[in-house]
Ligand binder design. Structure first.
Ligand code: CUA
Length: 366
């Protein structure tokens, strides 16, 4: 049934854990609206036929027949049943959609985090081990993957039809989405927000690897041929050679180079700003009331617009890093802070600042 409807509606394969549920909601919406349309059309046809004669005779119908047509008031119970029925339908619809929305928005704990950069007109992916790839997103099957995304220029939208996920990617902000791929293969990624003349070419692909292939991939051997359409866009240059550093190590260098550690400590001691030890994943109180969970989105906001929400008890002195940190550097800093979440304050001498050219993390030409 599911397969028949999927083919009938010409939907792409269901290659993630949520795809089927999204489709069920889709079938439900289409089915309900079709039923409604058929009902209205049938009712119209019925009245058209029933009252055809009195009109076609081209003479006024007898007064009593006309009266009988207009005075047939709907019984009260029927009116209320229709109103309540529609309300129940509406609420049920909303509950179904809302539960799915929440499930699609909140990544499960322990998801693999990958940083996504959108720019005119390509997608770049950065992995926690310090590797990066352009145009090809490598993920293991049966493993939740959380995408932390931002844009370098304009609004893009990350869309994987086979996974039924679509999320705007906004400059200066971090948005997230997640998926768990169920079948090895390659699936197209599109940009679903008009972003300029190259919008239609802003494509990439997800390569879902089985666990063995993924292990092999992590050891930097090329993956085997997979079923699915292979993208051959000129922008897809494939994997960027791995750098010697993990993303967290790069983040540490960025923190030194950008001067973050002049105000934030990495050993747990308070300073001008809050220490980074244990900061990620904690809930902090804000100046002016309220609390906030320190996650990727909040950390990005704090870097780009520090005064929007200030940690209680700290001075309002942090400058904005808008335009000073690339998306990849923000991702690296977040990975570094994540490491400081669990590790006890490891007091190691901060590495020497690198020349700017060496800190360039993109690994790809802009
Ligand atoms: Cu990026 Cu459209």
């Amino acid at each position: 049934m599911n397969e028949a409807l999927r083919r009938l509606l010409n939907l792409p394969p269901q290659a993630s854990t949520i795809a089927r549920d999204v489709d069920y909601l889709h079938y439900f919406v289409i089915g309900t609206t079709m039923l409604g349309a058929v009902f209205v059309a049938a009712l119209a046809a019925y009245y058209l036929l029933r009252h055809r004669e009195s009109v076609s005779k081209n003479q006024p119908a007898p007064a009593d027949t006309r009266k009988s047509h207009t005075t047939g008031a709907t019984p009260l119970w029927l009116e209320w049943s229709i109103i309540v029925g529609l309300l129940v339908l509406f609420c049920g619809w909303w509950v179904l959609g809302f539960r799915q929305y929440v499930r699609m928005q909140i990544a499960p704990d322990g998801a693999l985090t990958i940083y996504v950069t959108g720019k005119k007109w390509m997608w770049t992916f950065m992995y926690a081990d310090g590797t990066a790839s352009n145009g090809i997103l490598y993920v293991p099957e049966d493993q939740p993957v959380k995408l932390v995304m931002s844009s370098r220029d304009v609004i893009h939208s990350f869309f994987v039809p086979a996974f039924r996920i679509k999320q705007d990617v906004v400059p200066g902000r971090t948005t997230t989405t997640w998926f768990e791929a169920t079948d090895p293969g390659t699936y197209p990624i599109f940009c679903a927000e008009y972003c300029g003349t190259g919008h239609s070419t802003m494509r990439a692909q997800v390569v879902v690897l089985s666990h063995e292939d993924y292990e092999r991939h992590l050891e930097h051997t090329p993956p085997p041929d997979l079923p699915g359409p292979a993208e051959t866009e000129p922008g897809l240059v494939g994997r960027v050679p791995p750098s010697a550093l993990s993303l967290a190590e790069m983040g540490q260098r960025v923190a030194v180079y950008q001067g973050c550690l002049r105000c934030h400590s990495a050993d747990g001691s308070p300073h001008i700003g809050p220490t980074w030890v244990g900061l990620y994943g904690s809930t902090i109180s804000l100046e002016g009331g309220g609390e906030v969970l320190v996650d990727e989105a909040f950390m990005t906001e704090s870097m780009m617009d520090p005064l929007a929400a200030v940690h209680r008890g700290y001075p309002r002195v942090m400058p904005s890093y808008q335009g000073l940190l690339s998306v990849a550097e923000v991702g690296a800093l977040i990975e570094y802070m994540k490491r400081l979440r669990t590790a006890p304050a490891e007091v190691e001498p901060a590495p020497l600042p690198l020349a700017p050219a060496e800190v360039e993390l993109e690994g790809v030409a802009p």
